[in-house]
Design a binder for this molecule. Structure first.
Ligand code: GDP
Ligand code: IMO
Ligand code: MG
Length: 428
């Protein structure tokens, strides 16, 4: 069985954590391939409630080897804190958690520059998580990055840090007019991180390729979502990596031909954190009710998420970009309270109805949703475990979303817990 990638279908926070936690039981390996601790993946299982930022959500399944791939932005402190958190919950990580030596390190100046840029850009700000993600990927492309593997060679690491810091400090002091970073203190701190990280650092690309050669199931855990992809999202209101299925091969070190299936994750409505167009955004009591019922506040930053009805136009685009042959639809229970539910089936752009997802962010900003209104169910779905147990109206809603997306649902989520799931088809 080759690799299967799990990708966010909209703008992140779709429920990837829950889906990965559930699927990991059947996987030999779970690999994060992009983003960094801008991600917040919530897992609720018999061991507790966890907000995961870096370590794959497969860590709770004792048989899964978990890998932080080369495409991930690694903040060593976040990794070590998260490790301590899962270990405290009783998770045994020995010999089954690895960090790619090719992954890039988040350095103190990355977070600093992210914040300074956001503060300076005013109305042009992206609304980033301010964790240094953009500056890290900028450095990667500028060939100014520092790799996790560099920590294994203290002398070379010091020299590399001196070289990079000289440039960063020039930028910080001359352009931004703020204090420079001190080489010795950054070096000492990262040397300490390096010692703690040492048992986890590995050449992970070959480990994943070997697992595939052994015919083992490898799950690739996406972060963020398709519409935040730096190539295919609502640029410039995107993250700086590639969360789409295409990014999974690059960020893990396996050939694209080994990815057999892309599984999308959607929630039953649409949310977004940060700036940028969200055609179905509801700035009224309905939007507030979705936010309250869904507790839609960021896992990483605590920011209120912008909420709206399900956007099937952008969803269909996401199905095409990733070639989702199946998807999970979670948080159906959040819609239990509404007398009617709406789905955006098309956009109206400058007076004309369109089905395509515009590549121009200016066009997307002018798009008005064209809604279909369906009867609500106003009954709790939280206890349903089979599709037939869902109210007839909820079933019709799910079926209509499938039609509009052009992709069947394999799984329906009716609550945050692992078992609050309805399996429609085998996922793997
Ligand atoms: P991720 O970033 O894609 O992993 O998603 P987040 O964890 O940021 O946000 C998803 C939220 O939905 C989390 O609080 C989950 O516990 C929760 N969740 C996942 N599936 C369901 C579901 O089916 N119903 C409800 N009510 N909550 C869910
Ligand atoms: P998960 O994996 C939702 C958003 C930020 C901002 C934009 C750029 O939990 O789904 P960045 O810090 O990446 O430079 O910010 O991307 N963003 C997310 N939104 N879920 C996430 O991750 C996100 N990661 C980044 O809010 O709009
Ligand atoms: Mg999240």
């Amino acid at each position: 069985m080759p690799a299967i990638v799990v990708v966010g279908g909209h703008w992140g926070d779709e429920g990837k954590g829950k889906v990965i936690d559930l699927l990991s039981e059947q996987a030999a390996m779970v690999v994060r391939y992009s983003g960094g601790h801008n991600a917040g993946h919530t897992v609720e299982n018999p061991l507790g409630h966890f907000a995961m930022h870096l370590i794959p959500c497969g860590i709770f399944q004792p048989n899964a080897t978990c890998i932080i791939g080369n495409g991930v932005a690694v903040h060593p402190r976040v990794f070590l804190d998260e490790l301590a958190m899962v270990q405290k919950a009783g998770v045994i990580t020995d010999g089954r958690l690895f960090v790619s030596d090719r992954a890039h390190l988040i350095m103190p100046y990355h977070g600093k520059l992210d914040g300074l840029d956001e503060d300076t850009w005013g109305n042009g700000a992206i609304g980033t998580t301010r964790q240094g993600i953009g500056p890290l990927y900028t450095d990667k492309a500028s060939r100014l990055g520092i790799l996790v593997g560099d920590l294994r060679e203290p002398e070379a690491f010091r020299e590399r840090l001196r070289f990079v810091l000289e440039h960063k400090n020039r930028l910080l002091t001359r352009v931004y007019g703020v204090e420079p970073f001190d080489l010795e203190s950054v070096y000492t701190q990262y040397l300490e991180y390096g010692e703690k990280l040492a048992p986890f650092i590995a050449e992970t690309g070959s480990m994943i390729r070997e697992a595939l050669a052994r015919n083992q199931v490898v799950l690739l855990e996406g972060a963020q979502g398709t519409l935040l992809d730096v190539e295919h999202g609502t640029y410039p209101y995107v993250t700086s990596s590639a969360p789409t299925a295409g990014g999974a091969a690059l960020g893990s070190g396996i050939p694209p031909t080994k990815i057999a299936k892309a599984l999308g994750v959607f929630k039953a409505y649409t949310t977004r954190v940060g700036a940028g167009p969200l055609p179905t955004e509801l700035l009224d009591a309905t939007g507030d009710l979705i936010r309250t019922r869904g507790n839609e506040f960021g896992t990483t930053t605590g920011r209120p998420r912008r909420c709206g009805w399900f956007d099937a136009v952008s969803g269909r685009y996401s199905v095409e970009v990733n070639d989702f042959t199946g998807a999970a639809l979670v948080r159906l229970d959040v819609l239990d309270a509404f007398p009617t539910v709406k789905v955006c089936a098309a956009y109206r752009l400058d007076g004309e109805a369109i089905n395509r997802f515009p590549s121009s962010v200016r066009e997307l900003e002018r798009c008005q949703p064209v809604y279909e209104e369906l009867p609500g169910w106003q009954t709790s779905t939280a206890g349903a475990r089979r599709f037939q147990e869902l109210p007839r109206q909820a079933q019709a809603y799910v079926r209509r979303l499938e039609e509009l997306l052009g992709c069947p649902f394999d799984l329906i989520g009716v609550g945050p817990a692992r078992d609050q799931s309805i399996c429609l088809r085998p996922l793997l």
